[in-house]
Design a binder for this molecule. Structure first.
Ligand SMILES: *Cc1c(COP(=O)(O)O)cnc(C)c1O
Length: 372
């Protein structure tokens, strides 16, 4: 049986009767830029993220770049970030004029280690970027405390974590709520995906939100008058309409992803050689990815391929070892948990439309590999 890593066509079949009319209304109106859908989506994503403001933009990458650009970094200014993440986390730091300072992860959650962040703070540090990797929140409360203590911006890269929650002192906190800025991506394969590129920043601070609203529109507070140079980074009204139509499904999709993860966890706990992803007791994971550690990982990849089981290694080469970041001067061996994760992980199909037969096929393929 063929099981794709993700099946967006299956999702579309289930929801097209609600999404297509929403898109058609934008087309009939021919109102493609900054239509009312954008503001509505901003309000709803801000509410979902426990934030006062939502500011839509053109991609998740820009949702990281725009807040970092407000720091007006000078050569040598540093931004601390994990090296085990998608490239955009560090690309945005570089493109905002900062120097990425890569730190290690905690081996269980794959998320950045707050102690490593603290040890990396210098007088040149301007910001910390955390990543809620694979849909499980990082220790945002520890990092927010560090950021406060040192007067740093804290950017939450929540591209994979929309709606993820974490109990802090007995209260649920949502991805995007506790950072200076939370950055979301609506790339089509994310848990809430558009029909193209899209992103969103959320923030609590009124002045910063106003600044970000200007920065995404060429830096002008009023059309044709510019105090600073910004970007052209808007979310199209069509994309906003798609996302507004999909948003009501997001919570149920999350429940289904967690249920599938529980089935995988139960099946793999009895298989020597594969380790299910540990979820911290404080966290509600949204399982953007279901990422296991696997012994003889590369042989497993070949086996899954032969069996038609979708899979992908997120991420095979840590960022401190990318040729473009050689200038940062951190080589192999510097971040052992990160490097080990890159060698051991593989992500398996997890999306709401998976059938039980498909789930069984994934489980059987992994089991057969280790138990012959
Ligand atoms: C997807 C992703 C981004 C970038 O989002 P785009 O919308 O593709 O620009 C940034 N960080 C992480 C962790 C991501 O997964």
């Amino acid at each position: 049986m063929n099981v794709p890593l993700l099946d967006l066509v299956a999702q579309h079949q289930g929801i097209k009767d609600t999404v297509l009319p929403a898109v058609m209304s934008v087309i009939e109106r021919q109102g493609f830029i900054m239509g009312p859908e954008v503001g509505q989506l901003e309000t709803q994503v801000a509410r979902l993220s426990g934030a006062r403001h939502g500011i839509a933009c053109a991609s998740g990458t820009d949702a990281l770049l725009l807040p970092l650009r407000t720091l007006a970094m000078q050569p040598g200014d540093e931004v601390i970030a994990p090296a085990f993440t998608f490239f955009a986390t560090a690309g945005a730091i570089h493109n905002a004029g900062g120097r990425p300072v890569f730190v290690d992860i905690e081996p269980g959650s794959f998320n950045v280690d707050p102690a490593a962040v603290e040890a990396a703070i210098t007088p040149r540090t301007r910001a910390i970027v955390l990543v809620h990797l694979f849909g499980q929140m990082a220790n945002v409360e520890a990092l927010a405390a560090l950021a406060r203590k040192h007067g740093l911006m804290l950017v939450e890269d929540a591209a994979q974590a929309i709606g993820a929650r974490r109990k802090v002192d007995g209260t649920w906190r949502v991805a995007g709520e506790l950072g200076t800025v939370g950055s979301f991506s609506f790339f089509p394969t994310k848990n809430l995906g558009a029909w193209g590129d899209g992103g969103m920043m959320v923030a609590q601070d009124d002045a910063l939100a106003d600044r970000l609203r200007r920065e995404r529109l060429h830096g002008g507070s009023k059309e044709y008058f510019h105090d600073e140079v910004g970007l052209n980074s808007r979310l199209d009204s069509i994309q906003a309409a798609v996302l507004l139509a999909k948003l009501p499904y997001l919570a149920d999709w999350g429940v289904r992803r967690r249920a599938i993860a529980a089935l995988y966890d139960a099946a793999f706990s009895g298989v020597e050689g594969v380790t299910p992803p540990p979820v911290e007791a404080a966290n509600e994971h949204i399982f953007h990815q279901y990422t296991v550690r696997a012994e003889r990982r590369d042989d497993l990849l070949a086996h899954l391929k032969a069996r038609g089981i979708g899979h992908k290694v997120y991420y095979p080469l840590a960022l401190h070892m990318q040729p473009c970041f050689a200038y940062v001067g951190v080589g192999r061996g510097a971040l052992p948990h990160t490097e080990r994760a890159a060698d051991e992980v593989v992500s398996l199909p997890i999306y709401p439309e998976l059938t039980s037969a498909q789930i069984d096929a994934v489980i059987a393929a992994v089991r057969d590999f280790y138990q012959g």
